[in-house]
Design a protein around this ligand. Structure first.
Ligand SMILES: NC(=O)C1=CN([C@@H]2O[C@H](COP(=O)(O)OP(=O)(O)OC[C@H]3O[C@@H](n4cnc5c(N)ncnc54)[C@H](OP(=O)(O)O)[C@@H]3O)[C@@H](O)[C@H]2O)C=CC1
Ligand SMILES: Nc1c(N[C@@H]2O[C@H](COP(=O)(O)O)[C@@H](O)[C@H]2O)[nH]c(=O)[nH]c1=O
Length: 351
């Protein structure tokens, strides 16, 4: 018997209902609050819905060793007395199916009344890839991939942006590297005498939010000598209880012992005399996302070695206003840069 073309085509993927769109937005927003605190684990968000599509709860993974987003969301639903009503789970990352620091999330979902799981991104961890979705499907749960929904591309890109630092770690064994470069109206990076910065208060808040979201700062001895920088998060709130790493490129005896003593109180300080050794040094740290705050000499060296993933330029015009632009080195294009998760993203344009 011959089949018609439409009979041979797979059934079209389900359109994502509005309630699932809202649930993904809520899960992404909750996960974003913990970006910079979860390393070596990825930031993940989860939302739970009832039969009618009402969001019953939202949770995120807070830090390595704490409950995964799915387990925390289910536990919160149990405590709120609404666990019996849960029918759909929306997760930014494929639920895990292995026992690491915690038990598999697939187990928790299968023990719950969840019938459908919407997944934002596949797990890029080569040791566990594919296991979570297959396990759920095998147990009779309906699994829907965001990217396959006809209206899912934009949210799938946001989930990929959230996951990009972890995905880089899995693919290349090093953190995602974001360069932040401030230029004055003449194209110079050097601040006026007596200052370490010259960008607007809004831009400084953005820069400090980027510090908060990243796990590691890369700088050069030239910047340390010129600015004695603190690299602390001051212009935005920072509740994170974690110790970040500071990598200083250059010779240790080129920085003052006093600055180094203060830096050691705040950071795990590492020196990198040759940036060809930087990938190996970064691989030794648990960092997912690194931020470069360095002067023109080190930036030129990083560019020459292709040692960056996205490059954020904050350029001041003659009126003192700042303009943001982002270049990415990856063919996957802008939406997958983790910078896309910042509320300020709308200010950025591709160069
Ligand atoms: N506008 C902005 O966004 C920023 C501006 N600045 C400004 O930049 C100025 C400082 O710039 P600059 O002197 O260029 O300082 P850098 O921060 O670029 O540090 C330069 C040092 O980095 C080290 N370095 C360079 N290349 C390599 C390499 N391939 N491997 C390992 N180490 C390397 C060398 O250290 P060594 O000599 O010890 O070997 C070099 O002297 C200051 O005025 C500061 O305020 C700084 C940060 C951001
Ligand atoms: N000049 C410049 C920046 N410069 C970066 O900020 C560092 C100072 O940080 P801190 O010691 O924490 O105040 C400085 O050494 C350099 O790395 N950053 C910006 O957002 N805008 C700016 O205009």
């Amino acid at each position: 018997m011959t089949q018609t073309l439409s009979e041979m085509m797979p059934a079209p993927s389900a359109v994502m209902p509005d309630c699932v769109v809202r649930a993904f937005q809520a899960a992404l927003a909750e996960a974003w609050r913990f970006v910079g605190q979860t390393a070596p684990n990825p930031a993940v968000g989860c939302a739970l819905l009832d039969e009618a599509g009402e969001v019953l709860g939202v949770a995120a993974h807070h830090r390595a060793g704490a409950l995964h987003a799915e387990r925390l969301a289910l536990e919160q639903a149990r405590q709120a007395g609404v666990l019996d009503r849960v029918r759909t789970a929306v997760v930014t990352l494929e639920p895990c199916n292995h026992t690491g620091r915690t038990r598999p999330c697939t187990e928790a979902l299968l023990e719950s009344p969840v019938k459908t799981v919407w997944i934002g991104c596949a797990d890029p961890n080569p040791h566990v890839a594919g296991g979570g979705a297959a396990c759920l499907t095998g147990a009779g749960v309906t699994v829907r991939w965001l990217a396959q929904a006809p209206n899912g591309a934009a949210l799938a890109a946001r989930c990929a942006a959230l996951l990009a630092p972890f995905a880089m770690r899995m693919a290349q064994g090093r953190p995602w590297i974001t360069v932040k470069q401030a230029l004055d109206q003449h194209g110079s990076m050097v601040p006026p005498a007596g200052q370490t910065t010259f960008t607007t208060p809004d831009s400084l808040r953005f820069a400090h939010a980027l510090r908060r979201a990243t796990d590691l700062v890369i700088t050069g001895t030239g910047t340390v000598r010129a600015d004695a920088p603190s690299f602390t998060v001051r212009h935005v709130e920072d509740h994170a209880e974690r110790r970040r790493t500071l990598v200083v490129c250059g010779q240790q005896d080129h920085v003052s012992p006093h600055w180094l003593e203060q830096a050691n109180n705040r950071f795990d300080v590492r020196f990198c005399p040759d940036i060809r050794e930087l990938p190996a040094l970064l691989a030794e740290t648990p960092a997912l996302w690194a931020m470069v705050e360095a002067g023109p000499t080190l930036l030129a060296a990083l560019r020459a070695q292709d040692m960056w993933d996205d490059w954020l330029t904050i350029r001041q015009d003659a009126s003192g206003a700042d303009h943001f632009s982002v270049t990415t080195r990856h063919a996957t294009a802008l939406p997958t840069t983790p910078l896309a998760l910042f509320p300020e993203w709308a200010r950025c344009a591709e160069e």
